[in-house]
Design a protein around this ligand. Structure first.
Ligand code: 2PG
Ligand code: MG
Length: 401
């Protein structure tokens, strides 16, 4: 019933106005799945390769489609993804493009779910899935590679860890986003938004800390549950490998100073989450920081691990972190993303399923987070391509209870 009978690929727009790959997968019994690849701006050096969409589509039509149509069942995700790897023949999807691969992989999962008449999270997670829901981390102020002339730290994230439900958490993050706008206006700071819909004011990081801290407290008082906050430092973007320093607008820090700076921030602001505090090649520095503060906050590897089990094994050996960011397009297939989550869970690492700065209306990551019992999902706060996932989470929770 789930035998794949057609795979169609096209270019569509992403949220930055760039082209990206969309895939449709059709099965013998009429099952249908559609999915689109997201795209990063602060990409990790070790990510699977995103090819220009036109090239990725042409290569996937030539190499992958013939291995799927009439050959593979959409209901068997591991077979679909093995066929994609075989069609590509490289270690990093540089032949068919990780963008074509991930779009086909996710579309096939949706087609498989469609045939079964099951929601995607149920198809992926199975009947023995737990009944926890991920806490959304909401980007409320940002800069780095996501906005010009804004903060050095890429993302200041609201983390409503005490929210009684997904819906409460989603609305709390939106309220923090709103409170930040009011506080910026009070200070007479004009600002627009960055790629993910976070405010991108021209202020330094220390002012951003003050404002986000205050916004979080205001909303906490309103909603009556605990809201923490966290960061995506995107350390690899700040790191200058020639001088071996982290370059901030107002100063540089060597690696020891960077570790001490982040550790101080964790204590000063009770940070619950710190992503990529250090360079993507520096497992040892990650390990030193995790040693220091890993008992009271999540140290999450994004560019460090790139959703790759080989890199995660190395991280586990080093004690480099206690959390991993999961981005299916960093590795190219849902099977690879699942394997990374499983390995992380077995080793006591929390998984944080994540969007990219360039997104579409695709909601697969909401289902992936629920299916795998991921404790967190990072998928923005406002903006249609972000609320697509957040609203899907609310619907999933509503349907599941
Ligand atoms: O660094 C990140 O975590 C992501 C998403 O927030 O950004 P990008 O997609 O640009 O890599
Ligand atoms: Mg990141």
């Amino acid at each position: 019933m789930t035998l794949i009978t057609d795979v169609r690929l096209r270019r569509i727009l992403d949220s930055r106005g760039n082209p990206t790959v969309e895939a449709d997968v059709v099965t013998e019994s009429g099952g249908f799945g559609r999915a689109a690849a997201p795209s990063g701006a602060s990409t990790g050096e070790y990510e699977a390769v995103e090819r220009p969409p036109g090239e990725a589509i042409a290569a996937a039509r030539e190499h992958a489609v013939p291995r799927l149509v009439g050959e593979v069942y959409a209901g068997n995700q591991r077979d679909v993804d093995a066929a994609l790897h075989a069609a590509d023949g490289t270690d990093d999807f540089s032949e068919i493009g990780a963008n074509s691969a991930v779009a086909i992989s996710m579309a096939a999962a949706k087609a498989g779910a469609d045939v079964l008449g099951a929601p995607l999270f149920q198809h992926l997670g199975g009947t023995f899935r737990g009944d926890d829901f991920p806490i959304p981390l909401g980007n409320v102020v940002g800069g780095g590679e996501h906005a010009a002339d804004a903060t050095d730290i890429q993302e200041f994230l609201a983390a409503p860890v005490g929210a009684p439900s997904v819906a409460d958490a989603v609305f709390a993050n939106a309220a923090v986003h709103d409170a930040v706008a009011d506080l910026l206006a009070e200070r007479g700071v004009p600002c627009g938004k960055g790629d993910e819909g976070a405010w991108a004011p021209s202020i330094d990081d220390s002012e951003a800390f003050e404002i986000v801290d205050e916004a979080v407290s205001l909303v906490e008082d309103e909603v009556g549950f605990n809201i923490g906050f966290g960061l995506d430092v995107a350390g690899a973007e700040l790191y200058d490998s020639d001088s071996e320093t982290y370059e901030y607008s107002d100063r540089s820090r060597d690696t020891d100073e960077q570790i001490a700076y982040i550790a101080d921030l964790v204590d000063e602001y009770d940070l619950v989450y710190v992503e990529d505090p250090l360079d993507e090649d520096d497992y040892d520095a990650f390990a030193d920081l995790t040693d220091e503060v890993g008992d009271r906050t999540l140290i999450c590897g994004d560019d460090l691990f790139v959703t790759n089990t080989d890199r995660l094994v190395e991280g586990i050996d080093h004690g480099a972190a206690n959390s991993i960011l999961i981005k299916p397009n960093q590795i190219g297939t849902l099977t690879d993303a699942f394997d990374a989550i499983e390995l992380a869970t077995r080793n006591g690492y929390d998984s944080v399923v994540s969007h990219r700065s360039g997104e579409t209306e695709d909601t697969t990551i909401a289902h992936l987070a629920v299916a795998t019992d991921a404790p967190f999902i990072k998928t923005g706060t406002v903006g249609g391509e972000r609320t697509a996932k957040l609203n899907e989470l609310i619907r999933i929770a509503d349907d599941a209870t």
